[in-house]
Design a protein around this ligand. Structure first.
Ligand code: NAP
Ligand code: G4F
Length: 343
């Protein structure tokens, strides 16, 4: 039987690396669109790229979401059966500082891929990486596929454009196009500047005497955190459905950033106490301030209350998350401890 061909944008990112592993195990031929960077950006996929195992089934191509010609060329050359569109300027805080670039990569990036599919081969199945960030200021909780979107960041607004565009191409051109509305998902491969990775990395270093203090922003927003390794399975399942549709992917459990910090402190056996309020809130351990608040990490507007209802995914995709937050934290701490001990 002919092997299926997948093209992944954002292959060097957290989700791209887990999805590549998952699809290669399923005997796919995997191609990735990889942008040129001044330093190597392939750390998360080097184990797939180097060596003989996937020599004939794993390929990278230079391209960029801001360069329509490169996208079109890769799609025509690779002739994928399925496209997983994961690439984005994915940092919400950075989107306030680079709104135009964020909109170009996310909104126009998605348009460029869908246009290429429409013109070249409308049989290609398309997965779009939508996000819980689109719920923004909503007062409804938990959030599901029917909840009104009220995004409050350039990132969330650009993602809503991509989400609606994906639905539009599905309805207008009958393209098999799905969006996964994924809630926050983390892993040892999470980017360093996202809050979970930042907290764990800093507290491991503080415990080892390699850092003095961790500076954070809003401790009181709440997130529904899952494990990226499980969430990419849902992305694949969506493209195997009989009909294309959109699905919320979440755990249905919600914690504040402060509770997350407390869980990490507890696993690392760092004992101390919280004191102060607002910008003066801090955590001291043996008379030393090891966590403090900095204005720098607050956003002009924050999404404060994310909690997903993924019943539809359970019913139609037979998908549900198994990994608990404490186990995810344990895995991330283990990885960070290895890195800290090697430096
Ligand atoms: P990530 O780790 O930040 O990866 C983003 C990927 O996009 C990287 O491979 C990055 O390349 C690539 N990229 C950025 N700008 C590009 C450009 N101009 N041209 C080509 N590639 C570009 O993100 P992730 O956590 O894996 O998330 C995957 C997708 O899901 C993103 O679209 C994100 O917005 C969305 N999402 C994530 C979450 C979450 O909690 N993780 C939740 C909902 C939705 P470099 O490696 O060179 O930077
Ligand atoms: O870890 P975060 O930066 O993730 P955020 O903004 O929720 O976005 C992530 O999840 C989205 C899905 O909902 C994705 F679409 C998106 O691509 C990305 O993967 O921040 C989480 C919360 C925020 O409320 C933020 O204000 O943590 C708060 N926070 C507090 N101190 C901080 C910090 N966030 C960061 N990054 N750094 C801090 O020092």
């Amino acid at each position: 039987m002919k092997k299926k061909i997948a093209l992944i944008t954002g292959i060097t990112g957290q989700d791209g690396s887990y999805l590549s592993e998952y699809l290669l195990k399923k005997k796919y031929i995997v191609h990735g669109l990889n942008r040129r960077t001044s330093l190597f950006n392939t750390d998360r996929i080097d184990h797939l790229f180097n060596g003989k195992k996937y020599k004939n089934s794993f390929f990278l191509h230079y391209g960029d979401l801001t360069d329509p010609g490169s996208i079109d060329e890769i799609i025509r050359k690779v002739k994928p059966d399925e496209i997983y569109h994961l690439a984005a300027q994915s940092h919400v805080k950075v989107s306030f500082e680079t709104p135009e670039y964020t909109t170009n990569t996310i909104a126009l990036g998605t348009l460029r891929i869908l246009e290429s599919i429409r013109k070249n081969n409308s049989k290609i199945k398309f997965y779009n990486a939508s996000t819980s960030e689109m719920y923004g200021d909503t007062k409804k909780s938990p959030q599901d596929e029917k909840t009104t979107f009220l995004p409050n960041s350039p990132y969330g607004i650009a993602k809503l454009y991509s989400h609606l565009l994906t639905k539009h191409y599905r309805e207008a051109y009958k393209i098999f196009a799905c969006s996964g509305i994924l809630f926050n998902h983390e892993s040892p491969r999470r980017g360093q500047t996202f809050v979970t990775k930042k907290i764990i990395s800093a507290l491991v270093k503080i415990k080892n005497g390699e850092q003095d203090c961790l500076y954070l922003g809003n401790l009181y927003s709440k997130r529904d955190w899952g494990h990226a390794r499980e969430y990419v399975e849902a992305q694949h399942k969506m493209l195997q459905m009989k009909k294309p549709d959109d699905f919320v992917i979440s755990t249905g459990k919600q914690y504040s950033i402060k509770t997350f910090v407390n869980k990490v402190l507890s696993q690392l056996k760092i004992k101390g106490k919280w004191q102060g309020k607002g910008l003066n809130e801090n955590y001291t351990c043996r008379g030393k301030k090891i966590i403090a608040i900095s204005k720098k990490y607050f956003r002009p507007q924050d999404v404060t209350n994310l909690l997903g209802n993924s019943k539809k995914a359970k019913k139609f995709l037979n998908w549900k998350p198994k990994i608990k937050l404490d186990d995810l934290i344990f895995e991330m701490i283990e990885e960070e401890t290895k890195i800290s001990n090697n430096t």
